[in-house]
Design a protein around this ligand. Structure first.
Ligand SMILES: *Cc1c(COP(=O)(O)O)cnc(C)c1O
Length: 358
């Protein structure tokens, strides 16, 4: 037998949303930004490509400086990651010994569970209430690390701010607030970093800055936390191109703010339209909505949409087995989605009758 660690053998592994290698799908399944970055970000790429023989800047200095200007922190309080998933892993390896405890909500971003299991740490989950929200602060004295996403997937709403604050206040370990979707809302948690030295915020350029394919994320925290995490990361964790394109994107704040506004306005329209089509829909602070069709099984809806070349996300998780998660696409994409759903809905009573007869 190969010496595979038990915790690895016993972990099913993370199941990412489908990434079809054809372009004929309307892709509303992995919360990518539907709008491309400005083409100017590719202007100085040629020069950079000529340097591929050389290792990149190991500490992503320029990218962190530019990020610092946008976030309002010194670059010394910022660590760059190969996507924010890298940041989550670095945090685990910095703060948690195998056998110690990591806490997070259920349901939430499912990668927290995968990486914690692979790390050989124990998991303590706290169930959200029937509205997928917190009923109080998350208290887990044994946790060396608490992962909390706000907005929290799959619901997409910010966690209650007071409960989050109390969680930070009472935690004996580190609290990592995952702000992957924060740019699609009007609040963030910078003040918690300033108030509590055990709070770390993670950010990603995958969603709001249209760079999912480049893998750029950040950790922002106290000098001490960042200094320790810096020893744990891979020594060249961001390649040259990622560093350049990340820094370039940050130069186009107005462009991206315009996109975020557009996504928010399309999200409102999507939410209202789905309600009219007899879905249970939660209001979202992110670039996706969680919705439960009241006239068809969610898995069946997912499958039928896929047949019509519209990809949404379905999760096997028992709490959300009758929901689909829909990424906010362009207006045209959402129009097409709604059109297909309406067709399916019109056909559905007939289908039900048929299945009853057979
Ligand atoms: C998408 C997502 C991430 C991962 O972002 P990357 O930077 O692409 O690795 C992290 N956390 C949450 C909650 C996400 O939804």
């Amino acid at each position: 037998m190969l010496p595979i660690r038990d915790c690895v053998r016993q972990t099913p592994g993370y199941v990412p949303g489908e990434q079809p290698q054809t372009t004929d799908y309307i892709k509303l399944n992995t919360n990518e930004n539907p709008y491309p970055p400005p083409h100017e970000i590719f202007n100085n790429l040629e020069e950079e490509l000529k340097k591929v023989r050389l290792y990149p800047d190991p500490v992503s200095t320029n990218l962190r400086k530019v990020a610092g200007e946008v976030f309002g922190f010194s670059h010394e309080q910022i660590l760059a990651g190969n996507g924010s998933d890298d940041i989550l892993n670095i945090a685990l390896r910095t703060f948690v010994n195998p056998g110690e405890t990591v806490a997070f909500l259920d349901p939430t971003y499912s990668l927290y569970e995968t990486i914690t299991r692979v790390h050989g740490a124990n998991i303590k989950t706290i169930s959200t209430n029937e509205n997928f929200e917190l009923d109080g602060p998350l208290i887990c004295p044994s946790a060396k690390l608490i992962f909390l996403a706000s907005p929290n997937p799959p619901l997409g709403k910010h966690l209650n701010r007071q409960y989050l604050k109390e969680t930070c206040e009472k935690a004996t370990g580190v609290v990592l607030i995952d702000e992957a979707y924060v740019d699609f809302s009007d609040e963030n948690h910078w003040e918690f970093i300033k108030q509590y030295n055990n709070v770390l915020v993670s950010r990603t350029m995958s969603k709001s800055y249209s760079l999912a394919g480049m893998r750029v994320g950040f950790a922002i925290g106290s000098l001490e936390i960042i200094e320790q995490m810096n020893k744990v990361r891979d020594s060249y964790n961001l390649d040259r191109i990622a560093q350049i394109l990340g820094a370039n994107c940050f130069q186009f704040q107005e462009y991206f703010q315009g996109i975020w506004k557009q996504v928010i306005s399309t999200r409102k329209r999507l939410t209202t339209s789905l309600k009219k089509l007899d879905f249970l829909v939660f209001d979202s602070d992110a670039n996706f909505v969680l919705a439960s069709p009241q006239w068809i099984d969610a898995l069946e809806l997912y499958t039928k949409l896929k047949d019509k070349k519209v990809l949404v996300r379905y999760f096997k998780h028992p709490r959300i087995s009758n929901y689909v998660r829909i990424t906010v696409g362009t207006d045209a994409e959402i129009d097409r989605l709604l059109e297909v759903i309406e067709q399916l809905k019109n056909e559905s009573p007939n289908l039900r009758v048929k299945s009853k007869i057979s």
